[in-house]
Design a protein around this ligand. Structure first.
Ligand code: GTP
Ligand code: MG
Length: 464
């Protein structure tokens, strides 16, 4: 009888243990891997250090312990936290490497609940967190799900202006040899796809974010597969011969079309189904500073890519994700990352800039009554903020080691509080210098800015 009671209690108790799946989203180099690494690191020290003043459960000393536990999905690699930490703890510190494939992690946080309902069921409860990491480029494909080959081709060709037209010149020229109505020539399609892929790499190297299809630049195990051998084609195509037999050999255009559809269903849709079908909360990480360094084209390009992606996430019933998988998302956190690149007096401007960049998305999320918040943060703080004293004056400054190891103290400049117009770059030169991570000791949490506020927003209510 005693045993039975214990089992029932365990069962009920388990019912109150909760699980939270957090989608960390952001374009490539936005800071996803750094964010996940820092989040895992901060959580690891929850019960032993006092480093997260704004995480209420930690402040109230209700966290008993935390650990990494085996993830549910056995088909995907485990997020290599130890490797990321070995870079950050090396004698010459380094940032974790760019992500090339998808990986997952599950963390368990055991805590003393304050909610009466949970307390009645036991002295402790456990929150488990699931987080995945993946290359930012793969996120760029979500909008494809709402387009057919024609629409996508027209959209991509309409981008072929200015810098992009220059970068795409040799691919466009090579395309002249393509007759869309000829019997499909796989060799030709492969070589034109490779020229198109080169164009996407060149865009990326010039600071442009909108590179579609995203898998082309980071194919993973699909490298060389025909499903990655297509490209936009917006020219005229002969009307299809209705009488053509069922043994009809596809034309170049038809094969491009088929591969695009295959890419959508077998690559893009599968990725979202496997990893984004059921998430509860979303973090959107945005690096506003790098495109400010690069100039107007890069800035506008990033804004467009970001809005397009976030609009595809649409939180209400009509969004493509909702229609396909119906995730029940209740909170979104927008973060301007790498805030340690600028002096603290600029953090507000950084946040305002992010607000304005994604204004249409803010509105949409608000309309769907999904709770949201914005903040600027540094997942891994690489600089120290202070003042330079000159005569009687104090000027805000930051100090850190540049990537080649030189210690510099500087004022990196102002972040514009409004979206800059094209001529803004003529009178303002941004120079946000990249810094090496600060040396930190194993056994101590990583330095950060506002990771505690981010955690309170994302998981605080689940630790009540
Ligand atoms: N100073 C500073 N730099 C950061 C921070 N977070 C990221 N960075 C810089 O941004 C770069 C990219 O960060 P990642 O976390 O690798 O970005 P990602 O979004 O995972 O990029 P992909 O894997 O390519 O999609 C790092 O190598 C650092 O140079 C931060 O908190 N502070
Ligand atoms: Mg990454």
């Amino acid at each position: 009888m005693k045993l039975f009671r214990q089992e029932v209690s365990e069962l009920i108790h388990r019912g109150f243990d909760s699980n939270l799946k957090i989608a960390v989203t952001g374009l490539s180099r936005a800071g996803k891997t750094a964010f996940i690494t820092s989040l895992m690191n901060q959580i690891q020290y929850l019960s032993t250090h006092d480093h997260l003043p704004f995480l209420v459960a930690a402040q109230e000393r209700r966290v008993i312990g935390t650990k990494r536990v085996p993830q549910n999905n056995m088909m995907v690699s485990r997020f290599d936290y130890d490797r990321a930490m070995s870079f950050l703890h090396a004698s010459q510190t380094q940032w974790p490497e760019p992500t090339k494939d998808v990986s997952e992690t599950r963390l368990a946080i055991k805590y003393k609940p304050v909610k009466r309902s949970k307390r009645l069921l036991g002295k402790t409860a456990t929150l488990s967190l699931d987080i995945i990491d993946y290359p930012g480029e793969w996120l760029l494909d979500l909008p494809l799900l709402e387009m057919d080959f024609r629409q996508w081709s027209e959209q991509q060709m309409s981008l072929m202006k200015g810098q992009r037209a220059d970068l795409g010149k040799s691919w466009l020229q090579a395309c002249q040899s393509l007759d869309p109505d000829q019997e499909a020539d796989e060799q030709l399609l492969a070589s034109l796809s490779s020229a198109y892929t080169q164009y996407l790499h060149d865009c990326k190297n010039h600071g442009l974010h909108w590179v579609q299809p995203g898998r082309f630049v980071l194919p993973g195990e699909l490298a060389g597969a025909p499903v990655l051998q297509f490209f936009p084609f917006a020219g005229a195509v002969a009307e299809k011969d209705k009488k053509s037999s069922s043994r009809h050999v596809p034309t170049n255009f038809e094969l491009l079309h088929t591969r695009f559809e295959e890419y959508k269903s077998k690559v893009v849709q599968r990725f979202y189904k496997d990893y984004f079908a059921t998430f509860d909360r979303q973090v959107v990480l945005v690096d506003c500073l790098t495109p400010l360094n690069r100039g107007y084209d890069s800035f506008v390009d990033m804004q467009q890519a970001l809005i397009q992606i976030l609009q595809s996430f649409r939180y209400g019933r009509n969004g493509i994700l909702s229609r396909l998988f119906s995730p029940k998302i209740d909170k979104v956190l927008f973060c301007a990352t790498k805030a340690d690149h600028v002096t603290p007096d600029q953090h507000n401007n950084l946040m305002n800039l992010l607000d304005q960049m994604i204004y249409p998305v803010w509105q949409q999320v608000a309309y769907e009554e999904v709770e949201m918040r914005g903040m600027s943060l540094a997942s891994i703080q690489a600089t120290q903020a202070g003042y330079i004293h000159e005569s009687e004056q104090h000027h805000p400054a930051i100090q850190g080691h540049t990537l080649d190891g030189e210690l510099v103290t500087l004022y990196p400049g102002e972040v514009p509080a409004r979206l800059p117009a094209a001529d803004y770059w003529k009178s303002h030169q941004f120079d946000f210098v990249p810094f090496k991570p600060q040396p930190s000791k194993p056994g101590a949490p990583l330095p950060h800015l506002r990771m505690d506020s981010a955690l309170e927003y994302l998981i605080g209510d689940k630790l009540r």
